[in-house]
Design a protein around this ligand. Structure first.
Ligand code: KG4
Ligand code: ZN
Length: 362
């Protein structure tokens, strides 16, 4: 009898929590991101972000790309100050932390090692559990961070994950259940932006510069090819990069000032080509799956062209689109924190023998 009553109470409380009628027990998570060239630390209280700090690494700009050895050294320098700042801004003490989430992979081994080792040492010292997070899953799960006006997708939905290292269309059926429908067979969308920018003599990472100059350029001024792939949902960007390179070489041979005179139109045309390749594949994925909830994630989801294209798809195609807040697009620790939070709820704690994994599929 007593058992039946306590079971009823448990079910009642579960329902209250599910319906958000009762505040959940606060779970404080410190999240660490160090997969590439940004050292990130964030503090979450359940699914809300209390602080989200990033130390970028300008050192790579002069080399035109990320130098792995320099990235790991910079992470070593940055990690303690960034974590201290995140704790300070969140207004909590280190002893209030319930768990530490860290990026396990994929990423640069030397960079990952700094975050993984830091997280393991701190968890050991504080005697709290560890949460191992897949960076690509975290980009998608950033859509579950709660804030005022946040729009949260319902399962199942499609997500186009576009970053400097990856380009994928995934069907998301649960927090940790992802089916890859298509992916790049060579360069990622971010690389297509960055390599094109490099050809135009723009600084690394060039994606944001192409975006900026596109705003005043003509997207139809120059036409670049849209490569075909065997699986219609796969991507290929290396042919586009080569076509841009040959085109620029040919034009600058005739007119050495060609780039300077046409910078904005070149940027707008390159962006228009990349965005239409991405949108064509997304439309096909929607057609194939019948899913009309479409999210974008990863650094390239900061791009104004893809954001505008998705906004148009909402009105013209009846899609329901999910575009992340700017601070959750490029690499950040808040997304590691939200993925860590759902990992915590599943009691899926990582052991202290966990290792960094440069290659880790979604
Ligand atoms: O997700 P992310 O920060 O790092 C990786 O996991 O790779 O993505 C970085 C990529 C870079 O290639 C960068 O050029 C691109 O995102 N990116 C953009 C924009 N902002 C960042 N690409 C186009 N337009 C932007 N506004
Ligand atoms: Zn990323």
């Amino acid at each position: 009898m007593i058992r039946a009553t306590s079971q009823k109470i448990k079910t009642y409380y579960k329902l209250l929590i599910q319906n958000q009628m009762m505040p959940k027990k606060p779970i404080y998570i410190l999240a660490i991101e160090s997969s590439c060239d940004d050292t990130g630390a964030a503090i979450l209280c359940n699914d809300r972000v209390l602080s989200n700090k990033i130390a970028g690494q300008e050192i790579h700009t002069k080399y035109g790309g990320v130098i792995p050895e320099l990235a790991s050294r910079a992470h070593q320098q940055n990690i303690v100050p960034v974590v201290s700042l995140a704790l300070k801004e969140a207004g909590i003490s280190i002893n209030q932390l319930n768990a530490i989430a860290f990026t396990q992979g994929p990423g640069l081994m030397g960079s990952l090692l700094v975050g993984v080792s830091f997280a393991k040492s701190l968890a050991l010292a504080l005697k709290i559990p560890l949460l191992a997070v897949n960076h690509m899953q975290a980009h998608v799960l950033a859509h579950f961070i709660k804030y005022e006006d946040s729009k949260i997708p319902e399962f199942p939905f499609l997500c186009l994950t576009i970053s400097g290292g990856h380009t994928q269309i995934v069907k998301v059926t649960d927090y940790f259940n992802f089916e890859v429908l298509g992916q790049t067979t060579d360069d990622a969308a971010g690389e297509a932006f960055d390599k094109s920018a490099k050809i135009l003599g723009l600084d690394y990472p060039g994606g944001p510069f192409i975006d900026k100059y596109s705003k005043v350029g003509n997207p139809l001024a120059f036409k670049f090819p849209k490569p075909k792939s065997k699986n219609p949902l796969d991507f290929s960007f290396s042919g586009l990069k080569t076509a841009i390179l040959y085109f620029i070489q040919k034009e600058t041979a005739k007119n050495p000032n060609f780039i300077a005179q046409n910078r904005d139109d070149l940027c707008a045309s390159i962006q228009h080509t990349i965005v239409s390749i991405l949108m064509d594949k997304l439309k096909l994925a929607v057609k194939q799956t019948g899913l009309k909830q479409v999210a974008i994630a990863g650094g390239v989801s900061a791009n104004s062209g893809i954001r505008m294209a998705l906004a148009q798809a909402e009105t013209k195609l009846g899609w329901q689109c999910f575009i992340p807040k700017f601070e959750f697009t490029t690499d950040n620790a808040a997304m590691i924190g939200i993925a860590g939070y759902y990992t915590y709820l599943q009691n899926n704690f990582a052991s202290n023998n966990s290792i960094a994994k440069a290659r880790l599929s979604i």
